[in-house]
Design a protein around this ligand. Sequence first.
Ligand code: UDX
Length: 423
Amino acid sequence: MGLVTGACFAEFGNNVTCVDKDEKKIGKLNEGHLPIYEPGLDSLVSKNVREGRLHFTTKLKEAVEKALVVFVAVGTPPSSDGSADLSQISQVAQEIAKAMNDYKVIVTKSTVPVGAAAFIKNIIEENKESSCNFSVAANPEFLREGAAISDFMRPDRVVIGCKDEESAAILKDLYRPLYLIETPFVITSPESAEMIKYASNAYLATKVSFINEIANLCDLLGADVHDVAKGMGMDERIGSKFLHPGPGFGGSCFPKDAKALVALGRSVGYEVKIVEAALDVNEMQKSSIIERVRMLLPSLAGKTIAILGLSFKPETDDMRESPAIAIIEQLKLNEVIIRAYDPVAMEVAKSLITDISYCEDEYEAARGSDALLIVTEWNQFRSLDLKRVKKEMRMANIVDLRNVYEPDAVKSYGFNYICIGRN
Ligand code: UDX
């Protein structure tokens, strides 16, 4: 998120320095290598580096001294009780304080609990060594992995939370290219901006859990969740997006932010029941996948299963909270032999999931398997050569956790086929 934000602001014509204390990461970036896979980011970074607007350093003080606006994009990982751990925020705020040499706007891009702007303001007040003024603002991001650059360049909205007009004007100016394309802006308090981010992610996560429950009911009652989602989505009050059932939501945001919102509620004596339920349903969805596999393979021990897709969604190598991890762990506990393939996430996966075979492509993964699970909806899995897949497999079983195929079409090749909410 920090790298995408930096590269996009540089593309808007600003002079941007990205700071990280991880020397290896900065070293790699300075050699022209990206630490993550994100479509389009490579060329955007190299173009802006080449044109002299984008720089990478480990020297926070020098970078902050030169800057008018400082975006904080450090991690806010979950603590053991689910609340956001603000230790990185606290540490970076202290370092920024020591580098204060002039008026600056310090802006949170990280997803932070309501009240974080005030928390940062106090740290800077307490630690700054010069008398210069500063503002603290919240400017949450809504970037989706895999589509982060277009989400930055063409967002549904920009949310700016600040307490004074000067910082609001500076941030609006920074986003001027988006004003020109008539992007709506929400200017509000830092507290409301912080809450908008949590509420948006928790709402979307709830929408996914909701359609997963409807899909499970569809299977029990003989309805087709695709038709149901289509019929629901045509109601403009509901909207058609995020009504796609699957193996449960993952990624670096939904699980973490939903848990943090529940913890935030708890910290003020309020139980956020709907979000708690969305999280429970998500766990249930992930752990129920094995039952779907058992519908085709009642006895799992010693069977070989091909897994297509490991990342939590397509177009990323991010494995954080990927449903694939939970599914593979469960299969392994049941003594299943796993053959996996993912177009980009295998390097990352290798350090997280061991004792499985990583294959060259989808057909090699299918070889000798008793069932094939489509876990992530990479485009290349949407038009598999099903004849060839069937020839490679020992038994013709497909479990399509992303509903990428039409059940009747797959069955016409002689496969047993299970999906989510269309059985
Ligand atoms: C999310 C938010 O969309 C973004 O605004 C925020 O800034 C970061 O968190 P991201 O985590 O990249 O983005 O993924 P997203 O596309 O939102 O998907 C999240 C999870 O929900 C994935 O595991 C995805 O597979 C799942 N999902 C999404 C569904 O199962 N069904 C859907 O209909 C949509």
